[in-house]
Ligand binder design. Structure first.
Ligand SMILES: Nc1ncnc2c1ncn2[C@@H]1O[C@H](COP(=O)(O)OP(=O)(O)OP(=O)(O)O)[C@@H](O)[C@H]1O
Ligand SMILES: [Mg+2]
Length: 470
């Protein structure tokens, strides 16, 4: 059965095989059974003829006085001339084994009981023969003289084989016709049976880019789950496409504002003759260009962090090392904003499995937010701790924090809390969430002891590498 399900490609071939292979097995068993039956039939016919012949010989044997006269009537031999060229052998002997007539060394029967015929196979003159032996009573004038003779008649097997073969071949041809008929019918049935499936396929192909659901009630019961699954899938694709569209619209909108500003600034720089003013405008142009570059970088990072956008990576990433690198890269910004940027690690190594670049981007965004939204003179601390199989990365600041009712929204793409003055596009925390979920972790926002924001990212520690405690 495994063999059938392993057959490649065509469902039609599989289904036909399910019908034809068992049919062939059944037919094979049947042919064997019918060969045995044909043999038995041939035995029966041959045995009847042998008995008739032996009885005729027995009847023709008569007692005259003390002696027995065995005469073989021609009919006893002629009944075997069926055109198969068989040889007939016989012998008539007294009950004390004295041969009266016939062939002297015919194979002896097993045991003769009463007057019942005994049938057996034997070999005579190097040919297999079927034989009968029977004891026939000879009635004489006086009871003392009544005795019996043992008659044996044997015949070669050409006729027997022809009968068996003829019967068997009849049966074979009938079965072959039946199998062919069944196969043709099942093919026809399949053709009609598979029609709804083909129709569904054509419908799907004809759809093109249309993602409207199929009418589930219009298909056969067995196909309804398939159509339901197809509809669910299309629904997911539709939602995803809508999200993509929204994302592109938002991105375009975000890009339009700084580009418009750039254009205005450039026009102004071209108009003014004043060198100082020109230098000032060029500085703002540079700032706008940098904002634009950052927005483009954030968009790129977000699209890379999305599931399925690139091959998932399973780097061994040491969060302590990554954290240190991030702090070094942001030290300038901390200095400019007079913020005390600190690092606290309570474990010697914090190895997690994930995409190294993306994990670093995540830390950059968290520390960058803290440095951006904490007023000058405040402090920002990056912490890394280990708790069993989990690694907690925290970023704590002394800024205004995020009100509870905003905590879920700030993870949405392009979402910014109303009234924030700092530049930004609202993508940072969306990136953080995508990256954490990609590494099978979680991120939560809460209030720090200092009143600012505490962001906690929890990731599973790499189980294959020992993360020793400090
Ligand atoms: N540490 C923080 N303290 C206070 N508010 C924060 C902090 N981090 C984020 N926020 C708020 O959450 C909003 C969303 O942050 P997010 O990092 O997603 O976007 P952004 O910083 O505005 O822009 P981007 O990071 O893409 O340049 C921010 O606009 C800010 O209002
Ligand atoms: Mg940000």
């Amino acid at each position: 059965m495994r063999l059938i399900s392993r057959l490649p490609g065509s469902l039609r071939v599989q289904l036909v095989s399910w019908i034809v292979i068992p049919l062939i097995i059944i037919a094979a068993i049947n042919l064997w059974v019918s060969w045995n039956t044909s043999e038995k039939m041939a035995d029966l016919v041959t045995d009847r003829m042998l008995t008739a012949s032996a009885r005729a010989i027995g009847e023709a044997t008569a007692a005259s006085g003390n002696t027995l006269d065995a005469i073989v009537p021609p009919v006893a031999i002629e009944m075997f001339s069926t055109g198969d060229g068989d040889h007939v052998y016989y012998s008539v002997a007294t009950s004390d084994h004295q041969l009266l007539t016939g062939y002297p060394d015919l194979p002896a029967p097993p045991v003769l009981k009463d007057f019942d015929p005994v049938y057996f196979y034997g070999s005579y003159r190097n040919q297999p023969v079927r034989l009968v032996a029977l004891r026939h009573p000879i009635v004489a004038a006086s009871a003392e003289l009544s005795q019996s003779v043992d008659v044996i008649v044997g015949v070669t097997l050409a006729g027997h084989t022809n009968i068996a073969r003829g019967l068997w071949l009849d049966s074979v041809s009938q079965q072959l016709v039946l199998i062919a008929f069944a196969a043709a019918l099942s093919l026809l049935g399949l053709r009609y049976g598979l029609r709804p499936l083909m129709k569904l396929r054509d419908n799907v192909l004809r759809r093109g880019r249309d993602l409207e659901p199929f009418d589930q009630a219009a298909v056969q019961t067995e196909l309804q789950p398939l159509v339901a699954a197809l509809n669910q899938y299309m629904d997911r694709v539709r939602k995803q496409m809508a999200a993509q569209r929204r994302f592109i619209q938002n991105a375009a909108h975000q890009l339009r504002t700084p580009i418009a500003t750039l254009t205005t600034q450039a026009s102004f720089a071209l108009r003014t003759k004043d060198k100082d003013e020109q230098a000032e405008v060029l500085t703002s142009i540079k700032t706008s260009a940098m904002l634009l570059a950052r927005l483009a970088a954030q968009l790129l990072t977000l699209s890379r962090a999305e599931p399925g956008s690139r091959r998932p990576r399973a780097d061994r990433v040491d969060l302590i090392e990554a954290g240190q690198l991030v702090l070094e890269s942001l030290a300038g910004k901390a200095f400019d904003r007079r913020i005390d940027l600190g690092f606290e690690a309570s474990t010697a190594a914090a190895i997690v499995t994930g995409d190294g670049t993306m994990l670093r981007e995540m830390i950059v965004n968290l520390v960058d937010n803290a440095l951006t939204y904490t007023p000058e003179g405040g402090s920002v601390t990056l912490g890394i701790a280990r708790d069993g199989d989990l690694i907690h990365l925290t970023v704590e600041d002394t800024g205004p924090g995020i009100p509870e009712n905003e905590r879920e929204h700030v993870f949405e793409r392009f979402y910014r809390i109303a009234g924030v003055k700092a530049d930004g596009s609202g993508l940072g925390l969306a990136i953080v969430r995508e990256v954490t979920e990609g590494a099978e972790g979680t991120v939560t926002l809460s209030e720090a002891r200092t009143g600012g924001l505490l962001v906690t990212v929890t990731l599973p520690a790499n189980s294959t590498i020992a993360n020793q405690p400090a």
